[in-house]
Design a protein around this ligand. Structure first.
Ligand code: PEP
Ligand code: MN
Length: 343
């Protein structure tokens, strides 16, 4: 529920609304917006309480409207939070007019590999370096990531090459440690509904890149984002990374392009796309990256490896440094065509 007061309403009128809400054991939340003063209630309100409460609030001086929020999530919804959120990660803004490119290898493999990756993606214009230290793999026999050594390398490379870093965290008990090594946490598709992980990541207050689960509906996805926001995160970026495909013969997943404008409409959180996991083959990644920017994405995350054929994970979908450089040029042109930039 959102209670709207006239712009410029005196503080005692605002306080009265807050008191009425608090007296019923609910938590009022100040909602940013320019047109009116808006006070939200995030908790579930049963119909028996909702309608009499709305009548009581509407009778208060200064209150001119009460909106019943129809979505199952509140903090993540644009209904509740009209102003577009711009997430800041070590000085990089995601969600503003500039589309942000995050790039790097699937996994951190060695000092040489991550330094070379950081240099080439930064030189081509990427603003964040990606690289997994903990890799959630379908098979327990596949490379699981360098783990602590990977975190050490990410910290060093972020400092030495001066680039913001993002890495996946898979265990709630590791959240605090991972926060000490990188600028942004990634919650992977497989963990989108790992509620203990969402709560720990939310409590950390660190920026979070939340990937959509491959079979999650948009409401399930935004409820996962709601967990992060409810537990204290304010810098949350959504990432569409492909849903289960009808046919795996030619593509790994199906990047749900539809989800991009829809998420931007129903949520205030920035939305980026991951065409690498979305289509799963390097030769098609540039087309889908351009499609995502054209569809309104606030950025893309691209897997780039200095030598894809030697990659320990996801080499088949990783771009070479040259292919990434070419993609960056074309992304700038596509962004300009939808009144955005890639700078
Ligand atoms: C990744 O980013 O390398 C990754 C494992 O992604 P996802 O969680 O989307 O599969
Ligand atoms: Mn990967």
């Amino acid at each position: 529920m959102i209670v709207l007061l006239q712009k410029g309403a005196p503080q005692d009128q605002v306080d009265t609304v807050i008191n009425v809400i608090e007296k019923r054991g609910m938590q009022p939340v100040n909602m940013p917006g320019e047109e009116n003063i808006a006070i939200g209630i995030t908790s579930f309100i049963s119909p028996e309480v909702r309608y009499p409460l709305a009548d009581t609030l509407l009778a208060l001086p200064g209150v001119f409207h009460v909106v019943h929020v129809s979505r199952p999530y509140k903090l993540a919804s644009r209904e509740f939070h009209k102003v577009q959120t711009v997430v800041k990660v070590r000085g990089v803004e995601i969600g503003g007019p500039n589309c942000v490119v995050i790039a790097g290898p699937c996994a951190v493999e060695s000092e040489e590999q991550i330094y070379e990756s950081a240099r080439v993606v930064k030189a081509a214009g990427a603003k964040l370096l990606r690289g997994g230290a903990f890799k959630p793999r379908t098979s327990p026999y596949s490379f699981q990531g360098l783990q602590q050594e990977g975190l050490d390398l990410l910290k060093q490379v972020g400092r030495d090459i001066d680039i913001a870093t993002v890495t996946e965290v898979v265990d709630p008990n590791d959240v605090e440690t991972v926060c000490a090594y990188v600028d942004m946490l990634q919650i992977g598709a497989r963990n989108m509904q790992n509620f203990a992980l969402l709560i720990a990541a939310g409590r950390s207050g660190h920026p979070v890149l939340l990937k959509r689960g491959p079979s999650a509906t948009l409401d399930e996805y935004l409820n996962a984002a709601e967990y992060l926001l409810h537990h204290g995160a304010s810098n949350v970026v959504l990432c569409e990374r492909g849903v289960h495909p009808l046919d795996r013969t030619y593509t790994r997943n199906t990047l749900d392009i539809n989800a991009i404008p829809v998420l931007k409409d129903i949520s205030h959180l920035p939305v980026i796309a991951d065409p690498s996991h979305g289509i799963g083959h390097a030769k098609f990644v540039p087309n889908i990256a351009r499609a995502a920017i054209a569809a309104g994405a606030d950025g893309v995350i691209i897997e780039v490896h200095p030598c894809p054929q030697e990659a320990m994970s996801d080499g088949q979908q990783s771009l070479t440094p040259d292919a990434f450089g070419t993609l960056m040029h074309s992304l700038k042109r596509v962004a300009a065509s939808v009144d955005r930039t890639v700078d």
